[in-house]
Design a protein around this ligand. Sequence first.
Ligand SMILES: C[S@@+](CC[C@H](N)C(=O)[O-])C[C@H]1O[C@@H](n2cnc3c(N)ncnc32)[C@H](O)[C@@H]1O
Length: 317
Amino acid sequence: MILYASPPSSIIFSKRNAPQQATPRTPSPSNCARQSSQEAPNGANPKPLSPFPRLFCHNRCSCICGRRLFIEAAATSLFPLSSSMASSNSSSDYTAILNRVHPPKPDWYEDFYASVLANGMKLYEAEIADYKSQMFATLRGKAQKVLEIGIGAGPNLKYYAGEEGMKVYGVDPNPKMEKYAREAAQNAGLPADNFEFKQAVGEAIPLPDASVDVVVGTLVLCSVSNVDMTLKEVKRVLRPNGLYIFVEHVAAEEGTVLRFVQDVLDPLQQLVSDGCHLTRRTGQSISEAGFSNVDLNMASFSNAAFINPQVFGVAHR
Ligand SMILES: C[S@@+](CC[C@H](N)C(=O)[O-])C[C@H]1O[C@@H](n2cnc3c(N)ncnc32)[C@H](O)[C@@H]1O
């Protein structure tokens, strides 16, 4: 991403069985702070995270953030979309939602952003490779149809797209991602006919209900307009017991220097990185989305600078 830069040092957090705040709360600004602390590895001793551990699991967390509710309520009234709209309609509806959620940008911007993603993430991808290898290993032999939302330049395809007979749908609103994603699919050994690029958004996925075995999404819920609606769509297109494999960057803990930097840079990041938000509590959103089981881990990566910490794991439909 455009605003990546190396931080002074690499800090990697790990936490097993992180405490959940299970008591429902009245929305208040202080709850926001507490919820954010939960997203970040509160009080965890920074220590090397290797090999890939199962850090903590959430089935549900009822902590509620007033600010988030307020923003979502405002967004819903300004932007009246529902997932039923997305799931029940024709391709023209998907296109209408695409254009509303992610209005077309100048060609040069889409070209530039696609090329930055294709060429500017190599150090980060190298650093996260072991984590991804182990996460995508859970998919082996279990997936014939895979959907990747916000596929970008296709950095994940090499981990899963080599299996015989696999069909991969790559969804992304930026049409300039297609050539990079196709190339990545080809390099991963996926026959050209088995890869389909769909220009669309996560909020309205142009696939039928229960039609895929696995949904993959990495560094994408930071960029969608509506996180909850996207997660609803992920669940809708997944078959029962299907898997959702994710890596997402989230807000750092309140009161830290990193969080201050994120708060300051957030508006600029949205502008230059195609709507990417730095301070979302996406781990919380995934935990609360109604998956039957969520295995959610957290780590920080030195090559991701302020795009830290990151949550990653596997959720079961
Ligand atoms: C930071 S990039 C990540 C790309 C890729 N998943 C990766 O890990 O490198 C975010 C991607 O999300 C896409 N995107 C933006 N808004 C989206 C939306 N509403 N639904 C789905 N994808 C979206 C962007 O075009 C971009 O390809």
